[in-house]
Design a protein around this ligand. Structure first.
Ligand SMILES: Cc1cc2nc3c(=O)[nH]c(=O)nc-3n(C[C@H](O)[C@H](O)[C@H](O)COP(=O)(O)OP(=O)(O)OC[C@H]3O[C@@H](n4cnc5c(N)ncnc54)[C@H](O)[C@@H]3O)c2cc1C
Length: 334
């Protein structure tokens, strides 16, 4: 691990003043420290924002949910109003990683953690994403069983954040602050696909901090759920996941959002699946049809075709869970 300076901040202004000359923000530190220990990033200075009290807190009000970026995954999962009105977010936060990690991991850090790809995360490999002169994506020809099954032609990394999935389905906004002021970015525009940049995974620029996440209040009749599937019961990222938001009028679905996280380099909505559900009665047949539609554009690699089936299972069962027609699937993980 490289030598680095460590600065403890108690205000956003102090943190902004320290964010220069390659310094990076440290929140819970889980992903950042992993990357430093593996030699993938070597920042000269960590700006610790964990003691900035104005970045904490969860407020559910009439207009929606105001989340501080330092809210931990445990806090999100245990919050009664999030469990009741934004269930998919409570599901995603409460089934990520492990209980110990959820106590440390912050929402801002969870949304901004780096992607999963064992070539990217190993210092033994250069690849085009690392920008060190290599023009290869090793996953294309190499070991790719955990890699992306959609939008994977430039880089086959997978998006890692479970909470981004329901937040995209719920049309959340990310508040970003810099010395120049504040801007608000819809989460649908927050993530940058590798075709636009292989270096930046989000629109965050040097000197910017996420200072809030806002989720608009759900329309009446809204129900939502998130589930993830994978190899291990706990202590692991998913191989397939689904975040579903349904606006119901009786048995009929008036509006739907179907989002997948680990299918592609960025979290993606499936308009094809949403079109199947919109106006339909939700039952096993429509849920399965939507799941099939979601995976129609899949481009699996040599070893990850199984994920296409796993995603269909994740999507149809999570649609039924959101609609209240199925209990949480015992074979879902986390
Ligand atoms: C075994 C294991 C299993 C896991 N499983 C899952 C899983 O299933 N689902 C899942 O979602 N995650 C999973 N994780 C990842 C874990 O949840 C993340 O590492 C954690 O959420 C990161 O949060 P943090 O606060 O520790 O971020 P940090 O490590 O402190 O920061 C991560 C990145 O975010 C940036 N950052 C942090 N806060 C801000 C801010 N306010 N503004 C701007 N930038 C910021 C940092 O500069 C850094 O680049 C798993 C981790 C492990 C070790």
């Amino acid at each position: 691990m490289n030598k680095f300076a460590f600065v403890d901040c108690t205000t956003v202004d102090q943190a902004l003043a320290e964010l220069k000359d390659g310094a990076v923000i440290k929140a819970g530190g889980i992903d950042l420290l992993d990357l430093m220990k593996d030699g993938i990033v070597t920042p000269p200075k960590l700006v610790n924002i964990r003691n900035v009290s104005s970045l904490r807190g969860i407020t559910a009000s009439k207009d929606g949910l105001h989340l501080g970026p330092l809210a931990t995954l445990s806090e999100l999962a245990a919050h009664p109003e999030i469990q009741r009105d934004y269930s998919a977010l409570a599901d995603a936060a409460g089934h990520a990683a492990t209980p110990q990690i959820r106590n440390m991991a912050t929402l801002g850090g969870n949304l901004t953690q780096r992607p999963r790809c064992w070539y990217f995360r190993s210092s033994d490999f250069d690849c085009k994403k690392k920008g060190a002169g290599s023009d290869e994506c090793h996953a294309h020809e190499g070991e790719n069983q955990y890699h992306a099954v959609m939008n994977n032609s430039t880089c086959a990394m997978v998006h890692p954040s479970s909470t981004a999935v329901p937040l995209l389905a719920m049309n959340a906004q990310v508040e970003i602050t810099s010395k120049r002021g504040k801007r608000s970015v819809p989460i649908s525009e927050f993530y940058v696909p590798p075709e636009k940049s292989l270096i930046n995974e989000t629109v965050l620029q040097t000197g910017e901090i996420i200072t809030g996440i806002f989720v608009p209040a759900p329309e009446s009749g809204t129900r939502s759920a998130y589930q993830k599937y994978g190899e291990k019961e706990s202590f692991d990222w998913p191989l397939a996941d689904a975040g579903i938001v349904l606006v119901m009028e009786g048995e009929r679905c008036r509006k739907a959002a179907v989002v997948m996280g680990v299918a592609a380099p960025t979290p993606i909505r499936s308009q094809a699946a949403e079109a199947v559900l919109t106006g339909a009665t939700i039952n096993e047949a429509t849920a399965r049809a939507a799941a099939k539609a979601a995976m129609q554009g899949a481009t699996p690699l040599s070893q990850n075709g199984f994920k296409v089936q796993l995603f269909q299972t994740a999507i149809y069962r999570t649609i039924l869970l959101a609609a209240g027609q199925m209990q949480r699937d015992p074979s879902a993980i986390g």
